[in-house]
Ligand binder design. Structure first.
Ligand SMILES: Cc1cc2nc3c(=O)[nH]c(=O)nc-3n(C[C@H](O)[C@H](O)[C@H](O)COP(=O)(O)O)c2cc1C
Ligand SMILES: [Fe+2]
Ligand SMILES: [Fe+2]
Length: 394
């Protein structure tokens, strides 16, 4: 995709990544991801953010359509994660007079990641930089996504460049803006990005939203995914709702099963949820990547986990899910747990312990030996109804 001028003197020069299988070596990218970089051109020219190293040539090509990279005056590094900073070594060589601007907290990272120590300046929170016809203002937003992160705001065109904040997975399919697509089709991939990548930093996200709220913003131009010019308020609203972790009054049921006993019970529990008037989404943790499980758990207030006992503990795919949800600090879930065992069990007790450790409200449990009996299945349905009742009553 060639560069696009999104406002006078402000150009998108980013790239689509459709070849990386796993973002951060962890999160699947079936629809790709974009690394959005931007040129702001006044009398002086600044590049805001960059791309992952393998795409540096493509970034340079896009910049060259606007100006000779050697003429760049500033490289603004909002965030040091290499999906944005990876092109810095090449940019340094081709734009030797450009000064690197980042937060003071980013300076040791610039040194240790890339050996960049000269021609670098730490910018203060609230500092402005006059490019001549364009004015940049920097806002430190620590932990959205790393401690050194900042957002850059262009005052004359009222464009916010918040880097990871307000970004999402999914490459840009020949489009750039929210008004060119049905945004609802993108929201699942944006939530998956949010819950997988910045989810654990919900408090910093809410703080950043508060901090930037006073700015007159006409365009939000994140460094992943759609640019929001028709309705920038929408992505802010989505991010703040997800950060508050309220969840819809529905249930996500995630189970694993080796020989089908726990799976049969899962069907009964799901019927119970539905019978009590709440929607439920059922997922098999052995078959659905944890990236998606985290997202689905984030979506709904109710979370039901089914795991057989395995080596005295929780069947590993569910154990992994719970560990990830602990890392991502998902809060405020109404929880039910169930699972089969053959001789002594242990999974259900450990599921309850884990859920309580995470501060979730456990409203029921249903462990059973071997294949579920009609009584076990009835207890499973009752468990589903109980979760549904709690999420519906709030
Ligand atoms: C590798 C392995 C380890 C197991 N460890 C335990 C255990 O420690 N305690 C127990 O009661 N059952 C244990 N079981 C038995 C299963 O929990 C039991 O067969 C259960 O019914 C399986 O449920 P599922 O049909 O949903 O997979 C183990 C089974 C396997 C295959
Ligand atoms: Fe990041
Ligand atoms: Fe990023």
């Amino acid at each position: 995709m060639p560069h696009i001028e999104l406002r006078p003197g402000i150009h998108w020069v980013g790239v689509n990544d459709r070849v990386t299988d796993l973002f951060e070596g962890l999160w699947p990218l079936p629809s790709g991801v974009s690394y959005n970089a931007y040129l702001v051109v006044g009398k002086k020219a600044a590049l805001i953010d960059g791309v992952k190293a393998p795409f540096a040539e493509e970034l340079l090509e896009n910049i060259s359509q606007v100006l000779d990279p050697a003429e760049l005056d500033y490289l603004v590094v909002n965030h040091m994660e290499p999906d944005h900073s990876g092109a810095l070594p090449l940019l340094r060589r081709l734009a030797p007079k450009a000064e690197v601007l980042a937060t003071p907290a980013a300076l040791p990272m610039l040194a240790r990641f890339y050996g960049i120590t000269a021609g670098v300046r730490g910018v203060e929170d609230g500092e402005t930089l006059d490019l001549g016809g364009k004015v940049l203002k920097f806002f430190h937003i620590p932990f959205v996504h790393w401690p050194e992160t900042m957002a850059t705001y262009e005052e004359t065109e009222r464009v916010l460049f918040p880097c990871d904040a307000f970004g999402g997975f999914r490459a840009l399919d020949g489009v750039l803006y929210d008004d060119q697509v049905d945004v609802r089709e993108y929201e699942d991939e944006i939530l998956r990005y949010f819950s997988n990548i910045v989810g654990m930093h919900t408090r910093p996200v809410l703080k950043a939203i508060d901090k930037l709220a006073g700015l007159p913003i006409e365009v939000i131009a994140p460094s992943h995914g759609l640019i929001w010019r028709k309705d920038p308020g929408h992505i802010v609203e989505l991010y703040s709702r997800w950060a508050r972790m309220e969840g819809r009054p529905e249930a996500t049921l995630i189970y694993g099963s080796m020989y089908g006993h726990t799976r049969l019970m899962a069907e009964a529990v799901a019927r119970g949820v539905r019978a009590a008037g709440a929607a439920v989404r059922v997922l098999d943790a052995s078959r659905v990547h944890v990236s998606y499980l985290i997202r689905e758990a984030w979506k709904r207030k109710g979370l039901i986990i089914g795991a057989p006992t395995y080596d005295g503990g929780i069947f590993p795919p569910l154990e992994r899910l719970l560990r990830m949800l602990e890392r991502k600090r998902l809060k405020g879930r109404v929880v039910g747990v169930f699972g089969s065992y053959a001789w002594h069990g242990g999974a259900v007790r450990k599921l309850v312990e884990q859920a309580e450790k995470l501060g979730w409200q456990v409203v029921g449990e249903a462990g059973f030996q071997g294949a579920p009996t009609p009584e076990d299945l009835a207890a499973g349905e009752a468990l589903g109804r109980e979760v549904a009742r709690h999420v519906r009553e709030g």
